[in-house]
Design a protein around this ligand. Structure first.
Ligand code: 8YV
Length: 299
């Protein structure tokens, strides 16, 4: 494979991805001048400095849909194109949000722990149906979450950059107001500077002592220290967390709460999604190197 184009792989975890790339590309894990494309998750930092070190690189193929780590302006200035893997992970991330919500409400994990210790008697859990469910972020995955959550909910509300009149759910213009009016707050907005610590102590207080936070977006959306404090003080009732401020680090305090369900950024980590994501990354690379239109470019 000496003539194979060199791809800088900035993603450690996905075996399907590595296999899909290795068939056709030379994979390196450190920047080098030969690199012609980067493959990685959208939260990995791809800034002007890295691009300067990769003078032949003209494609960033993101394995996922978030792209907050990629400096799109620097990319545009250098003629670097960017692709993501939309569609193929939508259902799985949405399912994960619902799974976390139900697991927190019905105490699935602590009850399982009691059973494994040969116990039977456990505290009461909370009713999942008939709650007001608020979704923060109304892109493709936000819609899939809302569609799944709505049948459970007494009301489905959402907050996004703008109201979507085509949707049957009630738009709430601020996150603070959404938290005030929701029993469950599900986060699926993009990461990056615009949403950093959007969920702070005041939003958590608005969610209230019966409120549950579910985050399948980015850890950066939540002030994690404020969340730990709110859980410890009972300012909110519980949380289902798939993402964390500094992955893979999870603060010890978060692991100590029975009312918290933790998951290792697993939303898109089904065999099916990861196989299709890998295929889409590969299809974008193949199109790029064949000089053909990219399959799923960022608009
Ligand atoms: C992936 C994600 O796990 O799509 C995203 O933005 O966060 C996840 O689906 C991540 O991109 C790792 O590749």
């Amino acid at each position: 494979m000496t003539d194979a184009p060199t791809v800088l792989l900035l993603q450690k975890t996905s075996l399907p991805l590595r296999q899909a790339l290795a068939e056709r590309y030379r994979i390196v894990e450190e920047p080098e001048v030969a690199v012609r494309a980067i493959v990685g998750s959208g939260s990995v930092m791809v800034d002007g400095d890295l691009m300067d070190r990769l003078p032949r690189m003209r494609l960033v193929a993101i394995h996922g849909v978030g792209h907050e780590g990629v400096d799109l302006e620097e990319a545009r200035m250098r003629g670097v194109q960017v692709t993501t893997t939309p569609g193929v992970l939508t259902a799985d991330v949405a399912d994960q949000a619902i799974a976390l919500m139900l697991a927190v409400q019905r105490r699935i994990i602590p009850n399982d722990r009691v059973m494994r210790a040969r116990g039977w008697t456990v505290p009461l859990s909370s009713r999942a149906s008939g709650r007001r469910i608020g979704v923060f972020g109304m892109g493709e995955i936000g819609r899939a979450i809302a569609a799944r959550a709505a049948p459970f909910a007494s009301e489905l509300l959402y907050c996004a950059r703008s109201a979507k009149p085509e949707l049957p759910w009630r738009f709430v213009p601020t996150l603070q107001a959404l938290a005030e009016q929701s029993d469950v707050l599900i986060l699926i907005a993009p990461g990056g500077a615009e949403t950093k610590h959007a969920v702070d102590a005041s939003v958590l207080a608005a969610l209230g002592p019966d409120g549950i936070l579910v985050n399948v977006a980015r850890g950066s959306l939540v002030d994690q220290e404020a969340l730990v404090a709110a859980l410890a003080a009972g300012t909110i009732a519980g949380a289902g967390l798939d993402v964390f401020a500094e992955e893979p680090h999870v603060p010890a305090a978060l692991t100590s709460f029975d009312q918290v369900v933790l998951s290792p950024h697993h939303g898109s980590a089904t065999r099916e999604a990861r196989t299709e994501m890998a295929a889409l990354v590969r299809a974008n690379l193949d199109a790029f190197f064949a000089g053909e239109p990219l399959v799923t470019p960022l608009p």
